[in-house]
Design a protein around this ligand. Structure first.
Ligand code: AVJ
Ligand code: FE
Length: 429
């Protein structure tokens, strides 16, 4: 086991020296903030996303930080160190050309260092916090004179990177509470079904007429996998106005959806036999929850439900077209702390869909791959290594997604069997 006492001591000393400077620097940012420019907006967003990170750090049980909540994910504490490491690596080393700092953390906190199961020997939380603060202090100092015009893409990427890890931290924290809570219903104990849901608005679909639209984004904040924007022609299709609700999904559960082979794809049935589940991971047995979107389903469960109602999952292009014009007035940024009813926000997309952004990620039928003309940025390990026909695209962001990553062109990707993320779905026809 490696010991971190020496680097920890150094960090603590540097941390003390920097504390005063941090205060001064944050005052400077406030002054700068009145003039709109990329530099100021970068400074403000760095600060906003960091507030979220530090809030999370304050909320989570310290005793939990070093343990792996789930074998597919790193320990929660690791994500905080990885946020600092990534910032130091891309800004201080790559942009500012400073010599590598905190070399002792390179292997531990870089994504291609240790396997996830070997990331449990972590420095103490106060040391990780210090690490975050010292790196940030140097970054803000550099930012003052940095040529941000030519660097803006990397800064925007970094801000989103921190937000993404905050979402992962949030889901691990939720997963832990779920696993350790007594009242989590493991046995099927159904609530009363919604009376007659036949003509409920939640069953409505909207029609999207045949035609072209632009998929992807050219925005400076758009990530490599969103580039380049390109025209796509789609034939007429129908898509659900809302994400599938718990009340609707309940029908599938009580109709024996998890027992009947006929609803499942070959891969889905195989997965279900190896992972015998009978309800979504984040299922809550309460009538209060029936209008919330289903949350915590694998791609296979989404696919099976769609078959059950004689529909299918939308392709990424179908989802994207029907989301055009969706607004940022939605359940995001952990502002509420959980899902909301699918009709809680009345804003609609151009085609009349609701709840496209925020609340839950939505599985699409598409494999994650590069658009034609894709160029990897800032490194192939960000998106390109996942173009393996093994990951499905998810769209729309969740209640825990930060505003900086909340847009209809954003593409998320996970293995189809993953149910730990805040994901639901809507259907198409
Ligand atoms: C976009 C959420 C799939 O967290 O695995 C973070 C983003 N890449 N650091 C992930 C990512 C490198 C990625 N997802
Ligand atoms: Fe990362």
């Amino acid at each position: 086991m490696q010991s971190y006492w020496l680097p920890n001591l150094c960090l603590a000393v540097i941390g003390l020296a920097y504390r005063k400077k941090v205060l001064l620097a944050s005052k400077k940012i406030l002054k700068l903030a009145s003039i709109p420019s990329p530099k100021n907006s970068i400074a403000i967003e760095l600060q906003q996303v960091r507030r979220n990170t530090l809030d999370l750090l304050g909320e989570i049980d310290r005793s939990l930080l070093a343990t792996q909540v789930h074998p597919d994910f790193s320990p929660i504490g690791w994500h905080f160190g990885h946020i600092a490491f990534t910032e130091a690596y891309w800004i201080l080393e790559h942009l500012a050309n400073l010599p590598p700092s905190f070399k002792e953390y390179h292997c531990l906190f870089s994504a291609d260092g240790l396997p996830k199961s070997e990331r449990q020997n972590l420095p103490s939380i106060s040391i990780i916090q210090e690490y975050l603060g010292v790196v940030r202090q140097r970054v803000l100092e550099y930012l003052e004179s940095a040529p941000t015009k030519s660097q803006e893409r990397l800064w925007r990427w970094l801000i989103q990177h921190e937000g993404q890890h905050c979402e992962t931290i949030t889901l691990l924290w939720q997963l832990h509470r779920q696993q350790s809570s007594q009242n989590s219903p493991l046995n099927f104990n159904p609530f009363n079904p919604p009376a007659n849901s036949e003509n409920s608005i939640f069953n409505e679909m909207v029609k999207v007429e045949a035609g072209e639209f632009i998929m992807g984004s050219n925005d400076i904040s758009g990530l490599d996998n969103e580039h380049p924007p390109h025209k796509i022609h789609l034939n007429t299709y129908w898509i659900d106005r809302f994400p599938v609700t718990c009340g609707q999904y309940w029908q599938f559960m009580t109709a024996g959806g998890y027992q009947k082979r006929q609803y499942w794809s070959i891969a889905g049935w195989q997965w279900l036999q190896q992972n015998p589940v009978s309800q979504p991971l984040y299922w809550i047995n309460s009538l209060d929850w029936i209008d919330h979107p289903v949350c915590g389903v694998s791609y296979y469960e989404a696919e099976a439900y769609a078959k059950f109602v004689d529909k299918r999952l939308p392709t990424e292009a179908e989802w994207s077209k029907s989301a055009l014009g969706a607004s940022l007035n939605c359940n995001r940024d952990r502002a509420i702390g959980h899902t909301t009813p699918v009709n809680a926000y009345s804003d609609r997309s151009k085609y009349g869909c609701q709840d496209m952004l925020g609340n839950v990620w939505e599985w699409t039928a598409s494999w994650f791959e590069g658009y034609s003309g894709f160029e990897s940025y800032p490194y192939p390990g960000y998106s390109e290594v996942y173009f393996d026909n093994k990951h499905r695209v998810l769209k729309g962001g969740s209640w825990a997604t930060s505003r900086q990553g909340m847009r209809t062109s954003f593409r998320n990707w996970y293995y189809p069997q993953v149910r730990q993320i805040f994901a639901g779905f809507r259907c198409a026809r």
